[in-house]
Write a protein that binds this ligand. Structure first.
Ligand code: UD1
Ligand code: MG
Length: 455
């Protein structure tokens, strides 16, 4: 059985002029992730130890966006064409190995398609991924004689009778390293773009009695590249629609699948309902019967069964138990744990807090660095004063505590179980042996006072 080592090269040296950007093209994001990272993920399915990225424009920026010592970085100082790019990698590879060529700007290629391509045994052939396209403009055209591939001609080099050819080169191919070294020595840059085209090896290989075998991707969207921001936006739409479709077919209700955005992974229980314009980032898990209102942004969080997240709430890095109510307009800044039946209402900002079961902060509060027990009521406008200008300080609130509206809890502070804090109290020290705390302020009710008149 032929079972050669497959190296994977990802071409990413091009500047991507048409993006009109300071950022290398392949670092622009699709669903929140740099496009090249999709390609690297696919490469890892093939061989995680033999991945080569050919880089050039803003290379250091590109390299530093990966924290992955397994990637081999190959500098192509001048971008003289795809053939020249591949030639930079070949000296590092053995003649009896194979080379799979992927493009850093074609992110949606599937591992199934690549696996089928890799099943072609390139010892005596080249495996080429081609597509019959309704719009072949801009792509290299596949030339066949009696059905056999003999050549690829780049769009800028085709003659008028070849304009009607609809089979295009996706750029993705697999070939034997030794043969590639030999063929690439024979290409030149006598063409419209004055570049060394990798595609020119096809004709040379054919003349060398090599069989060029083509396969087609399962889905033509897989080979869509990104050359400008319009194409990037279109690909984002395609990608989001596919994710939405998958979720709906697995039982999730999306009130408008065209206004759904997943930038990471989303796992849902049964009968989840997601309203319009919700954004999910990183890894989110929604339990059974969770309802997410419109305009919410949920990042890296777990939301338990029967929770309701009302409109325009933002939840980051948090963990909600079952039957919690959140929002509208709540902001979970980071690291919030809600126990069963807890409730965080409108205009509450909350960070580094654990809130016990059935505890509530329903209106206009800031809660930070706090451990709050169960059955606690946090009145409207209550603030944990957790910052002395230099340090973050903790607040501990026991079970069954009632905090009256507009109170300030000056941290570090601890309030025992069952305590009541009267409305408008500034709590300055720990409450241990009392069940009511209030500020003694004299209040005057004047009878004959008048508002000042205009002078
Ligand atoms: C290439 C193919 C074309 C195919 C199309 C599919 C060639 C000559 N043409 O054309 O047949 O239909 O892709 O999208 O291969 N790159 C480098 N170094 C270079 C030049 C390019 O790393 O010197 C990288 C780019 O960053 C990009 C990829 O190679 O990731 C393709 O280059 P690009 O200039 O986009 O080639 P196309 O003209 O699209
Ligand atoms: Mg291109």
């Amino acid at each position: 059985m032929y079972n050669n080592l497959i190296n994977v090269v990802i071409l990413a040296a091009g500047k991507g002029t048409r993006m009109c950007s300071d950022l290398p093209k392949v670092l622009h994001t699709l669903a929140g992730k740099p496009v090249i990272k999709y390609v690297v993920d696919i490469a890892k399915h093939i061989n995680r130890n033999n991945i080569y990225i050919v880089y050039g424009f803003k290379g250091e920026l590109l390299k530093s966006s990966f924290n992955d010592p397994s990637i081999n970085w190959i500098l192509q100082e001048e971008q003289l064409g795809t053939g020249h790019a591949i030639a930079q990698v070949l000296p590092y590879l053995n003649d009896n190995e194979d080379l799979l060529v992927l493009y850093g700007d074609i992110p949606l290629i599937s591992k199934e398609t690549i696996k089928r391509l890799c099943n072609i045994k390139p010892k005596n052939s080249i495996g080429l991924l081609t597509v019959v396209s309704d719009d072949p403009n801009g792509y290299g055209r596949i030339i066949r004689k009696n059905g056999i591939i003999t050549e690829i001609i780049e769009h800028k080099d085709i003659s008028s009778h070849q304009f009607t050819i609809r089979e295009i080169n996706t750029g993705i191919m697999i070939a034997n390293v030794g043969k590639l070294k030999h063929w690439l020595r024979n290409i030149n840059n006598n063409n419209a773009q004055k570049e060394y085209y990798l595609t020119d090896v096809i004709k040379i290989a054919y003349q060398d009695n090599c069989f060029i075998q083509s396969i087609n991707p399962i889905d033509t969207d897989e080979i869509k590249g990104i050359n400008n921001r319009l194409q990037l936006a279109n690909l984002e739409k395609i990608y989001q629609n596919k994710q939405a479709e998958k979720l709906m077919l697995s039982g999730v209700t999306l009130l408008d699948p065209n206004r759904f955005n997943l930038r990471g992974t989303l796992i849902c229980g049964i009968d989840v309902v997601i309203d319009i314009d919700v954004i999910f980032e990183e890894n989110v898990v929604l339990g059974n019967r969770v309802k997410i209102g419109p305009g919410c942004i949920i990042k890296n969080s777990f939301i338990g069964d029967d929770c309701n997240i009302y409109p325009y709430s933002v939840i980051n890095n948090s963990n909600l138990s079952i039957q919690c109510d959140v929002g509208p307009f709540s902001h979970f800044r980071n690291n919030v744990n809600l126990d069963k039946n807890a409730c965080i209402g409108n205009f509450v900002e909350i960070k580094n807090v654990s809130l016990g079961s059935a505890s509530k902060a329903k209106h206009l509060s800031y809660l930070g660095n706090s451990e709050i027990g169960s059955n606690v009521n946090i009145g409207a406008g209550t603030i944990t004063c957790n910052y002395d200008g230099k340090n973050k300080l903790n607040t501990v609130i026991g079970n069954n505590v009632f905090i009256g509206a507009c109170s300030q809890l000056i941290a570090p502070i601890s309030i025992a179980d069952n305590v009541t804090i009267a409305a408008g109290t500034t709590v300055l020290r720990d409450v241990k042996n009392a069940n009511l705390v209030l500020n003694s302020k004299q209040q005057i009710h004047k009878k004959n006072w008048k508002r000042p008149s205009e002078k």
